[in-house]
Design a protein around this ligand. Sequence first.
Ligand code: ATP
Ligand code: MG
Length: 285
Amino acid sequence: MQLSDQQRDAVEYVGTPALVVAGAGSGKTRTLTSKIDYLVSNGYDPERILAITFTNKAADEMKRRLVRMTGMPLKRFPWVRTFHSACFKILKKHCFLLGYNTPLQIYAGYQQQKILKDIIVGKLNFDKKYVQPVLAQLSRAKNSGDPFDYLDQKIYAFRIRLLDVFNLYEKELKSNNAVDFDNILLLTRNLLRDHKNVRKQYRKLFQFILVDEYQDTNNLQEDLTGLLLRNGNLFCVGDDWQAIHSEEAIWIISCRFLKSTKMPGFSGWNRTIVPRMRLFGRQMI
Ligand SMILES: Nc1ncnc2c1ncn2[C@@H]1O[C@H](COP(=O)(O)OP(=O)(O)OP(=O)(O)O)[C@@H](O)[C@H]1O
Ligand SMILES: [Mg+2]
């Protein structure tokens, strides 16, 4: 499959962080996969490339393509993963630094609801109909990147003091040596932020970071990218229309991107690529 000129430009651009914003089905994921292939054929170690996809299925698909493109075995691409999967790999290795043991458990769906029900119905005497909405609030608080600040602003939901629920819930998870999906991101962010040696280790490991579906990245994921990024080797692709239906979309995404690069003296995203990619958006292929 031949790349279009616009795709090739983006694939071969290395030097400063670059962001591609283009329409649905315009070949963004294909561009990102080709860029990994390009980096590997230019001497980058595939085991040191972190490529973030939106789902596990997309990661598997990307790995299969990379095997076809590079002729290398699947296991050479250990860091083609979702944010959650990459973070869990990091977290479980260093969880003792945060007071956990191995094996670290992941609690999802039913287990989370059971803990929360014991708190909301059992301890606080509220109706069980509040379990799901309170769980959603706790999730929002964690994904904001600063749960205590969030819960400082949003003190009550349905007359339930969210901070009390949060503290009891977190205590219960921790005593079970368990994390929920949001904690996987939050605790890995805290780990990388608060433990310089761990941060240094992963910054040294990752030579290049690529993120697909960038428009769906939240504060916490943006922090993680910033903490893992060593030298500005960041390439993200996103869809303005899938994210926010407004003329401002590209600027909103660009500002988030700039923030996550956290590069001193970095004067802007790669303006030569982005407007062209955007201009030709749907005809990129
Ligand atoms: N240069 C190319 N030549 C031919 N086909 C291409 C090319 N680039 C991408 N395609 C094909 O176009 C389709 C859409 O590509 P891709 O999935 O990369 O787009 P996308 O922008 O990531 O889409 P989405 O918005 O759904 O994430 C795929 O089937 C892909 O194989
Ligand atoms: Mg895509």
